[in-house]
Ligand binder design. Structure first.
Ligand code: BG6
Length: 486
């Protein structure tokens, strides 16, 4: 669907996200000829620099992040001609005048306000946009994470942004939903007859969802130390992946059909009590170690880290979903920084065969599993048992592999490219609704409260490993292993 002409306003327009992700994403879509010729990107920042200086910053800071397509002088000149820099103070209503004059007034035009700012500014920006009469029926607002730090702050964001924008105008981004494989999971589950009958407790023994990163906290300590892995990754990305795996078939791909189905999953997650929480959740913090053969410091020795920080950089948990479909099926979730490898994957393991007709015991049959890889390479792998070639009847594990890069030669799209296009098209399916956001916070809140009152330390783990041994013990208690340890 072709895009109608738009003004995309990036609050936080000179910030890290804009430079690393948003501008490169728009560049790629420009080169792909998706953008109408007169569409513009208005970057809003506090810094009182002129247009020329801002474009020099874009050149030096953003351009190096464009991996593909290769940047040509002509395409770069066309792209940067779309950029307008506006300096204002987000909290000062009177400073919005330059934005008022920069925006075009044609009511048919799509206006997108992308708030890549700290969340405490959301409400004031929305109010100031409204006070300056800048919110038209064709306006949309995009909210970038963190969307609150607990249930109360998430509710506050929803209420305050909701005073200015209708829910149908609000796009809450979780960039994991923009990843190719996540959408492929929808295709796999609902575009094939094969899986849906098996996608339930009768046939599935457990599900593992891992997002592991080799990266440490880098220069984001100010944010990260007040957040931690539970808020930064689990409350949003991992729970969104869990929703896509576990949701009931929606009646269509329409936004509310999908979001209703996801909401039902979030509301069916079994609540933790202080006792079940202690048994089923492991939190860790990295210590010095080696990643890719290079020595890296302990979390507490990273620049600006509080000496006695109790912030978790790793979390593993066993979650359960109280529904007819999933009762009793453990969902093991795990995420961490400075891990042995960077990978994001979902593993759905099926049950053992009930009886062996061969001269080998059922215990020698590796249960079938489906591995859905999001990163680093995107693909699907089905693990099966097959006959070893030659004489006799000996079965061994074998793999059916679908490598998306190999199978589909079409060019890749970064998650932000896809999500920005969806916002500009007015397509809400891949964005969280307000009640989903609140349900996710409601579920993690008892964990946060418990940790706040508990003055024990997260368990240390050496950088470059798979986290604390307690995480292996957590899944080991059920006779299982994390996939890379199996
Ligand atoms: C962000 C987190 O939401 O996701 C970061 O704030 C994390 O801490 C990042 O590194 C991971 O995203 P991706 O797409 O690189 O796996």
């Amino acid at each position: 669907m072709a895009l109608t002409d738009f003004d995309l306003v990036l609050f936080g327009g000179s910030g890290d996200l804009a430079m690393r992700k948003l501008l490169p994403a728009m560049y790629a879509r420009d080169v792909a000829k998706d953008l109408p010729p007169t569409a513009r990107i208005i970057c809003v920042g506090r810094q009182d620099c002129g247009q020329e200086e801002f474009l020099r910053t874009v050149e030096s800071t953003s351009r190096p992040h464009i991996k593909s397509p290769a940047v040509t002088a002509e395409a770069w000149a066309r792209f940067t001609a779309r950029i307008v820099y506006v300096s204002l103070s987000a909290t000062d209503v009177d400073s919005y005048l330059p934005l008022v004059s920069a925006l075009r007034t044609d009511p048919a035009l799509t206006r997108v306000y992308y708030l890549a700012t700290p969340p405490h500014l959301f409400s004031q920006i929305c109010d100031n946009l409204a006070a300056n009469d800048l919110v038209t029926p064709n306006s949309r607002v995009v909210l970038e994470k963190p969307l609150g730090r607990d249930l109360a702050s998430a509710k506050q964001i929803n209420a305050e942004v909701g005073k200015v924008f209708a829910e149908s105008q609000i796009y809450r981004i979780d960039h994991y939903l923009g990843k190719e494989t996540v959408q492929n999971l929808l295709a796999l589950r609902f575009g094939n007859i094969l899986f849906e009958p098996l996608w339930r407790r009768e046939w599935i023994s457990d599900v593992q969802i891992t997002i592991a990163e080799k990266l440490g906290v880098g220069n984001r300590m100010g944010y990260y130390d007040t957040s931690g892995a539970l808020r930064d990754m689990l409350q949003n990305h991992l729970l969104q992946l869990l929703c896509i795996v576990a949701m009931e078939p929606p009646t269509s791909i329409a936004p509310d059909a999908v979001r209703d189905a996801k909401l039902q999953v979030l509301r069916s997650l079994k609540k933790f009590t202080p006792t079940t929480l202690a048994q089923n959740i492991v939190r860790g913090q990295y210590r010095a170690g080696h990643v890719d053969g290079k020595a890296v410091p302990s979390y507490r020795d990273e620049p600006d880290a509080p000496e006695q920080s109790r912030t978790e950089t790793f979390v593993a948990m066993k979650a359960e979903i109280d529904t007819w479909r999933w009762a009793g099926v453990p969902f093991y979730l795990r995420t961490g920084k400075r891990m042995a490898d960077s990978l994001a994957e979902i593993v759905v393991r099926f049950k053992h065969i009930p009886h062996s007709i061969f001269h080998q015991p059922t215990s020698s049959f590796q249960p079938n599993s489906l591995v859905i890889r999001l990163q680093p390479d995107e693909g699907l792998r089905m693990n099966l048992m097959a006959k070893t070639p030659g004489d006799g009847m000996r079965l061994k594990p074998a793999e059916l592999e679908l490598d998306f890069r190999e199978s589909f030669k079409s060019p890749r799209m970064d998650a932000y490219e896809r999500l920005l296009l969806d916002v500009l098209r007015g397509q809400l399916t891949l964005f969280m609704r307000g009640d989903e956001l609140e349900a996710a916070w409601e579920w993690v809140e008892p964990i946060l409260n418990n940790w706040e009152q508990d003055d024990t330390m997260p368990i240390p783990y050496a950088a470059g490993t798979w986290g604390p041994a307690a995480a292996s013990a957590l899944i080991g208690r059920d006779g299982l292993q994390w996939r890379e340890e199996a």
